[in-house]
Design a protein around this ligand. Structure first.
Ligand SMILES: [Fe+2]
Length: 212
């Protein structure tokens, strides 16, 4: 049985963010590389298990554990790529342009941008380790915000990540105290690459039909 293929860690140039130090980013990129490595490692080990075209009963406990861990590592890899991609080197403009498709999407789904933001920021402040993610439902173009525990619990099947914010403590502990997560969230907003967010929406057919 052939391997499922392997992932290569991507390079990101995000120096000069506002309120998120280069030192934090360096550490964060290393953590991300760990997720890529572990995704490849687990995929390889699972491939070995199924190379004889069956999973024997005595193999089941180890196979199950590897497969559960794959959900954690795989989502950890992918979500970090979305997160780094929606940050802008040198910092951004704060809130998006009022004429943007994203602001229109918040009006359609939440009433207005400020209500959407209150929800997204509120989720970001939830206690626990995980992510705040704004997703789009490709079936109708509507957006909704979700809390993801760790990397793998709470993602909505088939929904498209539009804006992804890491709120694990490693994302901000070198720059802020543990209780200062709100300051990190403010810093995150001042660095959003709204152009990337816009592309994620525009790639999607659903939002076009929602505009009509
Ligand atoms: Fe992270």
């Amino acid at each position: 049985m052939s391997s499922f293929g392997s992932y290569k860690a991507r390079q990101f140039n995000l120096s000069g963010l506002k309120g998120i130090s280069d030192q934090t980013l360096e550490m964060h990129f290393k953590l991300y590389e760990g997720y890529v490595k572990e995704t490849n490692n687990l995929t390889g080990r699972i491939t070995e298990f199924i190379s004889d075209r069956k999973v024997d009963q005595e193999e089941m406990p180890a196979y199950s554990e590897l497969t559960r861990r794959l959900g954690f590592e795989y989502n950890g890899m992918i979500l970090h790529e979305y997160y780094f991609d929606n940050l802008k080197s040198g910092g951004g403009i704060g809130d998006p342009e009022k004429t943007s498709q994203f602001v229109k999407a918040t009006e359609t789904s939440f009433g207005n941008y400020d209500i959407w933001k209150a929800d997204f920021v509120g989720i970001g402040k939830m206690r626990g380790v995980g992510w705040a993610i704004c997703y789009q439902n490709p079936a109708n173009g509507r957006i909704s915000n979700h809390w993801i525990t760790l990397h793998e619990t709470g993602n909505v099947a088939g929904f498209i990540p539009i804006l992804v914010m890491d709120v694990w403590e490693h994302a901000y502990l070198l720059d802020y105290k543990p209780a200062e997560r709100p300051k990190y969230i403010e810093a995150f907003f001042s660095n959003i690459a709204w152009g990337t967010v816009e592309e994620r929406l525009e790639r999607n057919i659903g939002v076009r039909s929602a505009r009509v």
